[in-house]
Design a protein around this ligand. Structure first.
Ligand code: CMC
Length: 446
């Protein structure tokens, strides 16, 4: 009989009486058979360590670059079914939250596991609102940046700097301290972001207005000029609030993994949030919304779309805002975002780039390249168009992702800290470098 190819699966029906929650592995190098426990459709790679050809060996490991098929934690926060295009926070569908909730309530839900009672919501809103001011010294850091510094760079640096103002944040196992840092982080992120934006314009900073909503106050700090009282446009304020709900968490993505990984060293939450923000900055993650807009500008007109898609298919370019590690169907967030875009256009005027985006989507959804790879628009495909219409420069787009994601990061961090199975994050490697070799003195090197 021809042996199966490595990586291929051989299956035969197990009689019902013999069925149990285990996986039998035969090591064809030794003929030994191992039984590995299955729980939640998962095996524990540490169980593989007993598989070895000789007793002195380290034992088998699993190799999974980029964690394509490895669960790193057990989480109760966010559920995604990528094939069906489902996203839920704590069991509530993203569609229902976007319709009925607001960002602060959703952040409470994500962090506490339950929707707040009216009294809890008032208390939560009060504490977030009363932690929006930042230490005046932070303004000195911002002053040190060039006028054209990317606001994500400024945000990463200033979030990290917050840890120097709040040494109590190092008490990560004190629930009271964690609660306080949570108020501070969620309260101060919009202020840091708005101050970074105002710095890039050379405009004076606008201090928080406690009478406004979370998003209304953010718009105030960004856009207020000479008015005595800033009154946000209710449609834009609500649109931003929904976008914040959609971005609040997304389970074990690159930035949450950074938050958990860095947090697992027991550093304070500001330093871990700075690491998560840095992870989000990349163009394959939260920086994609900025790149989508740059791509649409590069395409320039609806007529140029086919030629651009041809370059994407030839591997010269990525169609930014398309594809997802988990979603192999339309990203449920993208559907909601597309709808919001038209509501914003009703107030601000139609963004002409929408026609290029729609044409990209139309062509891609009918093209074999995208169909076979199951590439659909993701959340970032349409958000940039909304942000641009609202008056944000492109560099602010990833910042608008980072602010609401802060609640998800803190929830992931807290869950990691309180999980007795978690330890300092430390993957293994397969070493493929040189074996031991002797040092060559400088005069003998060519
Ligand atoms: N345009 C063209 N081809 C693509 C794209 C794209 N946007 N995304 C994936 N592919 C191709 C990829 O080249 C590969 O083809 P092949 O099998 O011939 O090598 C195949 O599809 C599978 O892609 P992958 O790179 O193995 O998928 P991944 O899970 O590693 O990457 C991704 C996921 C989001 C990084 C990727 O789809 C991508 O780079 N998209 C563009 C950037 C983007 O929009 N990012 C935002 C993600 S959503 C917001 C967030 O949560 O961060």
């Amino acid at each position: 009989m021809t042996p199966p190819k490595p990586g291929s699966l051989v299956s035969s029906e197990t009689p019902a009486e013999a069925r149990r929650e285990t996986l039998t592995v035969i090591d064809n190098r030794t003929g030994k058979q191992y039984e590995l426990a299955i729980k939640d459709d998962t095996i524990r790679p540490l169980d593989l360590r007993k598989i070895k050809t000789h007793d002195f060996e380290f034992g088998m490991m699993s190799y999974d670059p980029a964690f394509g098929n490895t669960a790193s934690c057990i989480s109760k926060i966010t559920f995604i079914d990528g094939d069906k295009g489902i996203l839920r926070y704590r069991g509530y569908s993203i569609e229902e939250l976007a319709e009925k909730s607001n960002y602060l309530e959703t952040a409470y839900l994500i962090l506490h596991g339950e929707l707040p009672t009216p009294a809890q919501l008032t208390d939560w809103g009060y504490h977030i609102t009363h932690h929006t001011f930042i230490h005046e010294s932070i303004k000195k850091f911002l002053d040190g940046f060039h006028y054209d510094a990317h606001p994500m760079g400024m945000l990463i640096s200033t979030v990290a700097a917050l840890s120097t103002f709040y040494p109590d944040a190092r008490d990560i196992f004190d629930p009271e301290s964690r609660r306080k840092q949570t108020y501070r982080l969620i309260g101060k992120m919009p202020t840091l972001a708005a101050f970074a934006y105002r710095h890039s314009l050379g405009m004076p900073f606008v201090y928080p207005d406690n009478e406004l909503s979370y998003c209304g106050n953010f718009l105030n700090m960004l856009f207020r000029t000479t008015e005595l009282k800033y009154r946000p446009n209710p449609t834009l304020e609500r649109a931003l609030d929904i976008l914040f709900i959609l971005h609040a968490d997304h389970e074990q993505n690159c930035s949450s993994t950074a938050m958990r990984g860095v947090g697992s060293s027991h550093v304070d939450p500001y330093s871990a949030t700075a690491a998560a923000t840095a992870a989000l900055y990349g163009p394959l993650h939260g920086g994609a919304n900025e790149q989508v807009l740059r791509m649409l500008l590069e395409i320039g007109s609806v007529g140029n779309v086919p030629a651009y898609v041809k370059r994407v298919k030839a591997g010269e370019k990525l169609l930014m805002g398309f594809g997802h590690r988990v979603y192999k169907n339309y990203d449920p967030r993208a559907k909601i975002v597309k709808h919001i875009a038209y509501e914003v256009f009703d107030v601000m005027g139609r963004n002409p780039l929408i026609d290029i985006a729609l044409e990209c989507e139309r062509i891609a959804l009918e093209d074999d390249y995208f169909i076979t790879r199951r590439l659909y628009p993701n959340v970032d495909f349409y958000t940039g168009l909304i942000y641009q219409s609202m008056g944000f420069p492109m560099t602010m787009f990833p910042v608008l992702f980072a602010i609401p994601r802060t609640s998800g990061w803190i929830a992931q961090w807290q869950e990691m800290l309180l999980d007795p199975e978690q330890k300092i994050s430390r993957p293994r490697q397969i070493y493929s470098g040189y074996d031991l070799r002797g040092y060559v003195t400088l005069d003998h090197r060519s």
